[in-house]
Design a protein. Structure first.
Length: 313
């Protein structure tokens, strides 16, 4: 526990200070935090032994909600756009979850992927509404009623995102040690025994799925603001696969894992794209294989020294 606390504090301080010395990294770090939020949602589902290959659905739905509201001037305030778009993704997760939680294993993952790809197709085909493959521009909104230049806005959004990630991580950590979180782990180990205790596995998994969709939606809402543009690529299966990759890379032993994985993913992708532009996907694949075989607990397990314990399970 002490190592986990020290790791979390060190990561938080490093992220808070780094943009002050390297302003160019602000957007990259914000994108990493947004992807970390989505991967945190994947981690919640992985605790139940389920994996979603379609969380780009909630990520993109929230991002497009921000784009539509900003374009229509229904909400030109960032502090309004973020919670409203996140709530919209939560509503979508609730609707999809009512159907998805009936299934397990590969069916759970593939159905999420199928629904996400349907949404991706709609975003591309409905050109008059969504802008098609070109996407939609997101006008820079005000922040607390004030207008900022690009660099100032990006810096403030970064710190707001960092605060949101901290709150989300603390909430998920508390959830995982609560009775609901323990019941979530029981779905992975022995779902039948959980039913004998009078607890509905579907209800437990539905709550986790809703939380997972909200986290992905929160990341999507912020990334729409910081990038200033949304495209159907946010809903494509590759994006959803990246979230799973990040969750595995970072490790699911603690809430800091997905954010460690997201930061490492951005670093690897950035350098690989520069020095190996034709094979950077292969570099990511090799990195994933190394983690799976030599560090099953991910970067979080390496940092906290829990590699042997979690890898031996």
């Amino acid at each position: 526990m002490a190592r986990q606390l020290v790791l979390g504090l060190a990561l938080l301080i490093a992220l808070a200070v780094f943009p002050l010395f390297s302003p160019w990294s602000t957007v990259i770090l914000t994108v990493a935090l947004c992807e970390g939020l989505a991967a945190l949602g994947i981690m919640v589902l992985l605790r139940a032994g389920q994996v979603s290959f379609g969380h780009g659905l909630f990520f993109s739905f929230s991002a497009y909600a921000v784009a539509f509201m900003a374009a229509a001037r229904l909400g030109h305030e960032a502090l309004i756009l973020i919670p409203v778009a996140t709530a919209a993704s939560g509503l979508l997760a609730a609707l999809v979850g009512l159907f998805i939680v009936r299934y397990r294993a590969i069916f759970f993952g593939m159905l999420n992927l199928a629904i996400s790809m349907v949404f991706f197709s709609l975003l591309e085909k409905l050109f008059p509404i969504t802008g098609g493959a070109d996407g939609k521009r997101v006008p820079r909104p005000t922040l607390a009623g004030m207008e900022f230049g690009r660099e100032q806005f990006e810096l403030w959004i970064f710190y707001i995102t960092l605060g949101l990630c901290l709150v989300a991580a603390l909430f998920v950590a508390r959830y995982l040690v609560s009775p609901g979180g323990k019941a979530l782990e029981a779905i992975k180990s022995n779902e039948t025994r959980l039913e004998y205790l009078g607890v509905s596995p579907r209800r437990v998994l539905f709550g986790a799925y809703l939380l997972s969709g909200l986290l992905a939606g929160l990341g999507g809402a912020v990334i729409a603001l910081v990038s200033g543009h949304v495209t159907p690529e946010l809903a494509y299966w590759v994006r959803s696969g990246e979230f799973v990759f990040i969750a595995i890379l970072g490790g699911i032993g603690g809430v800091a894992g997905p954010f460690l994985g997201a930061l490492m993913f951005q670093i690897i992708r950035g350098y690989a794209a520069v020095y190996a532009p034709e094979t950077w996907h292969a570099v990511l694949g090799v990195m994933l294989l190394v983690i799976i075989f030599f560090a099953p607990a991910g970067l979080y397990g390496i940092a906290t020294g829990s590699r042997r314990k979690e890898g031996g399970r």
